[in-house]
Design a protein around this ligand. Structure first.
Ligand SMILES: [Zn+2]
Length: 344
């Protein structure tokens, strides 16, 4: 069922956003869909050329012939059994070559909390926040993970929010970031880059970023209050919002029939304009501000709300929709069995 906020795609806005987008992103190497055994995911060539890396953005296309697993929900959402999601995850991890990595995940809360993940002496995953170890926590609340250790698969779940994968090819550091509008407002992407500099001495000019599918400005209608909070935090906030006139067809469908109001065509109430947030622009702006070179930033050109054939969308389908996973890790030198709460 559509959310009451869902307004559908606006061709006019889409063209405008596409034009902006083309000037923002200079790399020609765009992420692309990869399919194996029917299961589809998105890979970024900018990252794939580094053979020591494993990365993927999942889609909802699972393996045909696997019953319910043909629809590749990877989140423990309501109405799904734990066993089915575990199975879906196993299938996905095996396909992308990550089955031997230990999965690190978060309880995502739209924050700006960035955790460093390490393996402790007893082999368990250990989450560190601001340099402090947090023993006993297996899935802390936060929205970004980073590590320089092989054998750990960092993950974030999304269904409209923007997943961002970061790589330092020189120091061999990776990060996974979950950026919704609240996280972006709290500058989570800049903070993740800042933590890579602080903890590992990363040089932002050489960092690579892959931005996955997310709800784009064509479909992301927001309230005035969202624009106001952005204006309070970003002097350039005007660039992140646009007003979109409803399409004539949608307007005609919503308004009373002119034959009933006895008004001639074109004399009804004015078409409503809605406010849309360009979350992608916010995140790209933060990557630029953090010092990343535009040619090192690649963006998957997909709107999750426009493509129900490929993606889950919270805005389009509501909170019970499935979740995609964005994952990144450093390939272990040899397959290792790692103890931990959840194996990849
Ligand atoms: Zn869209």
């Amino acid at each position: 069922m559509q959310s009451p906020h869902y307004t559908g795609r606006s061709t006019l806005l889409f063209e405008r956003v596409s034009a902006q987008y083309n000037t923002r992103v200079t790399t020609k190497v765009q992420p692309k869909i990869v399919s194996r055994g029917g299961l589809a995911w998105i890979e970024c060539p900018l990252l794939a050329r580094h053979r020591w890396l494993i990365h993927a953005f999942s889609t909802r296309r699972g393996e045909p012939g696997h019953g319910p697993s043909a629809d590749l929900n990877l989140g423990f959402t309501s109405g799904e059994t734990y066993a089915r999601i575990r199975k879906n995850r196993q299938i996905f991890f095996r396909r992308v070559g990550a089955e031997h990595l230990a999965l690190a995940s978060l309880r995502q809360v739209h924050s700006a909390r960035v955790y460093q993940v390490k393996r402790s002496e007893d082999g368990e995953l250990e989450f560190r926040l601001g340099g402090n170890a947090l023993p006993g926590l297996t899935q802390p609340e936060g929205d970004a993970l980073l590590t320089d250790q092989p054998g750990i698969l960092l993950s974030v779940k999304t269904a409209d929010c923007l997943p961002v994968l970061l790589v330092d090819p020189k120091r061999r550091v990776v990060a996974a970031v979950h950026a919704g509008w609240r996280g972006a407002l709290a500058r989570i992407v800049e903070k993740a880059v800042g933590e890579m500099r602080r903890l590992y001495g990363s040089d932002p000019r050489t960092l690579l970023a892959a931005l996955g599918p997310s709800i784009r400005a064509c479909c992301y209608e927001v309230g005035q209050e969202v624009e106001e909070v952005f204006q309070g935090c970003f002097p350039q906030a005007d660039q992140f919002f646009c007003k979109v006139a409803e399409s004539p067809a949608a307007h005609a469908n919503r308004g009373p029939l002119s034959v009933l109001t006895m008004l001639p065509p074109g004399h009804g109430p004015a078409a409503k304009a809605s406010l849309h947030l360009d979350l992608l622009a916010v995140v790209q702006d933060q990557l630029r501000a953090a010092g990343l070179a535009p040619h090192n930033v690649a963006t998957a050109d997909f709107c999750t709300a426009c493509r129900p054939d490929l993606f889950y969308s919270y805005r389009r389908e509501g909170s019970a929709t499935g979740r995609m996973l964005a994952v990144i890790g450093i390939r272990p030198r040899k397959p290792v069995k790692v103890p931990g709460p959840e194996k990849a």
